[in-house]
Ligand binder design. Structure first.
Ligand code: ATP
Length: 235
C-alpha cells in the first residue's frame, strides 16, 4: 500500500507584489519520501519553499499538511506542525554562538535534541561557543540543518544545501541526507546539482515558469535528454 501523504500542495499560486510567480504548483510528499525539486535559476524553486512555509506575502490554492489545511498560517504555526525550512544562504544568526543558535530553535519533545545534532556533526560540537558568522560554509550549512532538526520536523525542506560547498563537503552532506532519510524523515530538496538529486531522491520534479512541468525517477530523467535540455540547461 502507498504510504500516507504528509504534504499536499494543489494549484498553488504565489505573488511578490504584482509579479505572479507560482502558477499552479502541485506537490505531494508521502511519509518517508525524499522528493527533489529541480529547475533553472528563477524558475520558482525558492518561491515554492517560501509558499509552503508561510513566507510568501500572497498565496492561493490548497495546502494540506498531515491532513490539516495550513494555507495562510504563519510560519511558526507551520513549523510547530512539523514543516521546517533550511533556507538558502542558511539563515543563522552570525553574532550568536552555535549553541545559542540551536537553543533558540529547539523545541521540547522534538525527535532531535541539541545533543543529537552534536553527535551527528562532531565539528559543530567542537565549536559550540563560536559565533555562527565565524564558521566555514560547510559548518554553517550543518548548523542550519541542525537548527531545523531540533524543531522536530516531519518534513524538512532543504533549499540548495550544497551551494558554495567544496566537493568533499558535498559528499558528507549527501551521506547525512541519506542518514536522515533512513531514519524516516521526509524531505523536499531544492538542488542545482543533478548528481546529488540522482543520488538521494525517490522522485524528481522539474519546475519551469512557476509550474511543475515534469515528474519522474532519476533513471527516467537520465534518459530524458530532451527534458533536461528544455528545462534544466545550466548556464
Ligand atoms: P534561484 O536558483 O535563482 O534561487 P529559483 O528557482 O529559486 O532560482 P525564485 O527565487 O523562486 O527562483 O524566483 C522566481 C522568480 O521570482 C524570479 O523571477 C525572481 O526574480 C522573482 N523573485 C524572487 N524573489 C523576489 C522578491 N523578493 N520580489 C520580487 N520578485 C522576486
Amino acid at each position: 500500500a502507498a504510504r500516507p501523504v504528509l504534504l499536499e500542495a494543489r494549484g498553488l499560486n504565489g505573488w511578490y507584489g504584482k509579479s505572479h510567480i507560482l502558477q499552479g504548483v502541485d506537490i505531494t510528499i508521502r511519509d518517508g519520501e525524499l522528493v527533489a525539486l529541480l529547475g533553472r535559476n528563477g524558475a520558482g524553486k525558492t518561491t515554492t519553499m517560501r509558499a509552503l512555509t508561510g513566507l510568501l506575502p500572497r498565496v492561493e490554492g490548497r495546502l494540506a499538511f498531515a491532513g490539516e489545511d495550513v494555507l495562510g498560517l504563519p510560519t511558526h504555526e507551520i513549523a510547530k506542525r512539523g514543516l521546517s525550512l533550511v533556507p538558502e544562504h542558511r539563515g543563522i544568526f552570525g553574532t550568536l554562538t552555535v549553541e545559542e543558535n540551536l537553543a533558540l530553535a529547539a523545541r521540547s519533545g522534538a525527535r532531535w535534541s541539541i545533543q543529537n545534532v552534536y553527535e551527528m556533526f562532531p565539528a559543530l560540537a567542537g565549536r559550540r561557543r563560536t559565533p555562527g558568522g565565524k564558521l566555514s560554509g560547510g559548518e554553517q550549512q550543518m548548523l542550519s540543518i541542525g537548527r531545523a532538526l531540533v524543531t522536530g520536523p516531519k518534513v524538512l525542506l532543504l533549499d540548495e544545501p550544497t551551494e558554495g560547498l567544496a566537493p568533499v563537503i558535498v559528499d558528507r552532506l549527501v551521506d547525512l541526507i541519506r542518514d536522515l532519510k533512513a531514519s524516516g524523515l521526509s524531505m523536499l530538496l531544492v538542488e542545482q546539482n543533478l548528481d546529488v538529486c540522482m543520488a538521494v531522491a525517490d522522485r524528481l520534479l522539474i519546475i519551469d515558469g512557476g509550474t511543475i512541468v515534469w515528474e519522474g525517477s532519476g533513471a527516467e530523467l537520465a534518459a530524458a535528454e530532451e527534458v533536461r535540455g528544455r528545462h534544466l540547461t545550466l548556464e
